[in-house]
Design a protein around this ligand. Structure first.
Ligand SMILES: C[S@@+](CC[C@H](N)C(=O)[O-])C[C@H]1O[C@@H](n2cnc3c(N)ncnc32)[C@H](O)[C@@H]1O
Length: 278
């Protein structure tokens, strides 16, 4: 199946405030947030001109804007951009945002070549691109300065299959064992092979696929991380942990540490790559 921009646009135009609440409503969201934030805080420099693409409602916008000199915010969804603006106004951060753009990552012609020191693309934009993944990376690299940094986060297939195993078994009864083999082999949930009623058509990534994607470009991979590793403990264990304050702080500390180990890279719910343009 080829990339269809209507899929992410429709989904996120009809998302209400779920994008804003998803990173704080439960332990899983908080783990994702804390891991991403720690990575962003190390790689974004005070003098950087940054683009956040696929910014959504602004959970990270509010932090990134305080790490850098200038932040440009973009998303394919008009609703998410309007929501992001409203949140930044509420937080008195709106005036610090350079500009907002409703655009597709595949067409960022409004930005000249080598415009940014850093591009943040986290939370799964590249999962929606399917056959256009390479074009998305190429477009980001075009507008990134040489030596600039790109932080790219994606939904992880292996992590998702561990967490949602029973759901996959249920879907096997709907779509058949060959479709199940397909999703395990490729991570691609699409209309032809794995037609989920939600139409959430995505390519969930494995780390070797992320490596293959970036290895086609003149870049150096400088960091790899998972995120949402302790999510695999299950919702109940995670909520019990979160209700135990000092235990939870220790778990968050260990989540940040363990997600950097090569052996855990595919086991979290997300995979994050930090890549430097040559
Ligand atoms: C799961 S949300 C993540 C939001 C935020 N980055 C985060 O991590 O919390 C994915 C966002 O990517 C946007 N998006 C999806 N495909 C896109 C594309 N092709 N170009 C630009 N934005 C896209 C969606 O509209 C949505 O706001």
């Amino acid at each position: 199946m080829s990339y269809n921009p209507e899929i992410p646009r429709d989904r996120y135009n009809n998302y209400g405030d779920r994008e804003w609440t998803r990173l704080e409503k439960d332990g899983h969201g908080e783990l994702l947030y804390r891991v991403h934030l720690e990575i962003l805080s190390r790689h974004i420099k005070a003098n950087d001109k940054v683009l956040e693409i696929g910014a959504g409602s602004g959970r990270y916008t509010k932090d990134i804007v305080q790490f850098c000199k200038s932040l440009t915010v973009a998303d394919i969804s008009e609703h998410q951009i309007e929501f992001n603006k409203a949140k930044m106004k509420e937080l008195s951060l709106f005036n610090y945002i350079e500009s907002y753009h409703v655009l597709d990552i595949l067409d960022m012609g409004v930005f000249p070549d080598s415009s940014f020191d850093c591009i943040v693309c986290i939370g799964g934009v590249i999962n929606y691109l399917l056959d256009k993944e390479k074009d998305g990376v190429a477009e980001m690299l075009r507008i990134l300065k040489p030596g600039g940094i790109m932080v790219v986060g994606a939904m992880s297939f292996i992590g998702a299959s561990l967490y949602y195993l029973d759901g996959i078994r249920y879907e096997k009864d709907q779509f058949g064992i060959e479709a199940t083999r397909w999703i395990f082999d490729t991570g691609v949930q699409d209309e032809e092979h794995y037609p989920v009623p939600s139409k959430h058509y995505v390519h969930m990534m494995r780390s070797n696929q992320m490596d293959d994607l970036f290895n086609q470009f003149p870049v150096k991979i400088i960091e790899r991380s998972s995120a949402g590793l302790f999510t695999q403990a299950g919702d109940a264990a995670l909520e019990n942990a979160r209700n135990d304050k000092d235990f939870w702080e220790l778990i968050v500390e260990k989540e940040i540490q363990f997600t950097k180990l090569p052996g855990t890279l595919d086991c979290g719910m997300n995979i994050i790559y930090v890549v430097q343009k040559n």
